[in-house]
Design a protein around this ligand. Structure first.
Ligand SMILES: CSC[C@H]1O[C@@H](n2cnc3c(O)ncnc32)[C@H](O)[C@@H]1O
Ligand code: ZN
Length: 436
């Protein structure tokens, strides 16, 4: 049993959202008790380890619901281009030259960056070396939803081969690593997957009872091209194909959704992964999150890849995401600090279908982070919820636990080798560049 005491705890549990001095009791990777005040003498005596976290803030680990950590070596490789040119001229040529070692070096860098900035669970949508990715997640002790994603601009035979591989991966890794890994199926986007291929993917997802993840309505061009080719918005097209209610969808972006699409989405189980920094940097726009939430559409946060972001810092993502909604609607009430944190915790857990995650309460998973509550930029320390959204920096994260196991203590990584990761990332980047 592990006991943490003397903590200010943001539980995200509506019944008891904030405990200004409390404790956590953890056993077998789960929270046994989240209490206020001091633990009993018996609880202290029974614990194998007692940690006082005085001066620190404790909250659920952050959840990143869209990304491509297989492209982490592309950070800074190409800036200042719109999505379609960026993909076709810069991303895909470099990605085509990455071998297993290069992708792995990028992924290790991403895992380390995520832990150091307070992310405990993330989504990886990628088409290369996914088994190796799952092994890396298992070894690092993180939690993730993984998928071997598919681009269908190829023959029917090739599409089926990709789908076969995606299904094999999904079956093999679902609920592995002590339940820390889950899987989904993932067509890349409406403009890279013909309708018949999307139908096939959804058919398999229904069989496997898995959600489906896809980029959707990211740019104006995507929607205009779809209208020209098929005569309808990409979301309406999914509806016409009869796949919108067949599975729980997790759509990345959802920037260009009009009233009709929002109204339809509100009648589905779908989640929108809001990726504000990527959408700004690629000049795609600002997702109408305020209107989504008003209609009861579930929204979570994602970073997309560092090639478009350029960091995996979710605290920065949620601050920018929050401010953008206020600014674009000229309404300071568009998105509150509390709702912003819910998107990054509770909604993320629901989107990735991890039960018992996103809150700190008895019976839930012991995935939590600690932040330094004594930094000058978070004083007066009286408004923890506000500071978590509007003031903290990633470097304030001091400790990270997943399933009750420490992945970082006092900013030192325990399951990942920071020096080796830095060296390999630079070495592999140069190697791939030399092949271009
Ligand atoms: C086959 S999934 C991986 C594939 O996705 C590409 N990608 C990265 N970011 C985005 C984005 O924001 N929109 C669309 N596609 C994206 C990446 O280049 C990978 O090849
Ligand atoms: Zn993406």
């Amino acid at each position: 049993m592990l006991l943490l005491k003397d903590a200010a705890i943001v539980t995200m549990d509506k019944e008891n959202p904030f405990i200004d001095n409390g404790f956590l009791v953890i056993a077998d990777g789960k929270l046994i008790e989240v209490g206020s005040g001091s633990p009993s003498e018996k609880q202290e005596a029974d614990a194998a380890e007692v940690i006082s976290v005085k001066g620190k803030w404790l909250m659920p680990g952050l959840i990143n619901t869209h990304g491509h950590i297989g492209m982490t070596l592309l950070r800074g490789h190409s800036d200042d281009l719109p999505l379609h040119r960026w993909l076709e001229e810069k991303m895909w040529p470099f990605e085509g030259k990455q071998d297993e070692e290069a992708v792995h070096a990028g992924r290790a860098l991403a895992l380390a960056e995520m832990v150091k900035s307070g992310t405990t669970t993330f989504l990886e949508m990628y088409h290369l070396y996914m088994d190796q990715c799952a092994e890396a997640v298992e070894e690092a002790g993180m939690r993730a939803t993984l998928m071997r994603s598919m681009i269908g601009l190829c023959s029917k035979e090739e599409q089926e081969a990709k789908l076969g591989e995606a299904v094999r991966f999904a079956k093999q890794w679902h609920e592995r690593a002590d339940g820390r890994i889950r899987t989904m199926l993932a067509p890349h986007a409406p403009y890279t997957c013909p309708p018949a291929f999307i139908e096939r993917i959804v058919e398999e997802a229904v069989q496997l009872q898995l959600p489906v993840h896809m980029h959707l309505a990211e740019t104006k061009k995507e929607v205009a091209d779809h209208l020209e080719q098929y005569g309808c918005h990409p979301l309406d097209h999914l509806d016409q194909l009869g796949v919108l209610d067949a599975v729980p969808w997790l759509f990345a972006h959802g920037v260009h959704l009009a009233e009709a699409q929002l109204e339809r989405l509100a009648r589905t189980e779908a989640t929108i992964s809001y990726n504000p920094k990527s959408n700004l940097k690629l000049g795609s726009g600002i997702a109408p999150v305020k209107e989504m939430l008003e209609r009861g559409i579930r929204v979570s946060f994602g970073t997309d890849s560092v090639a478009a972001n350029n960091t995996l810092d979710l605290f920065e993502e949620l601050r920018i995401g929050n401010l953008l909604q206020k600014g674009s609607y000229q309404d300071a009430t568009a998105l509150s600090a509390g709702t912003t944190l819910e998107l990054a915790t509770i909604n993320g857990a629901e989107a990735l279908q991890f039960p018992e995650l996103g809150k700190l309460k008895a019976g839930y998973q012991a995935d939590f982070i600690l932040l330094d509550g004594e930094q000058l930029h978070v004083q007066p320390a009286a408004h923890v919820l506000s500071h978590l959204v509007y003031a903290v920096k990633a470097a304030d994260v001091t400790d990270v636990f997943v399933q009750g196991k420490a992945l970082m203590r006092n900013r030192s990584l325990l399951t990942l080798d920071e020096e080796k990761i830095r060296y390999q990332a630079n070495r592999q980047y140069k190697k791939v560049c030399s092949l271009m």
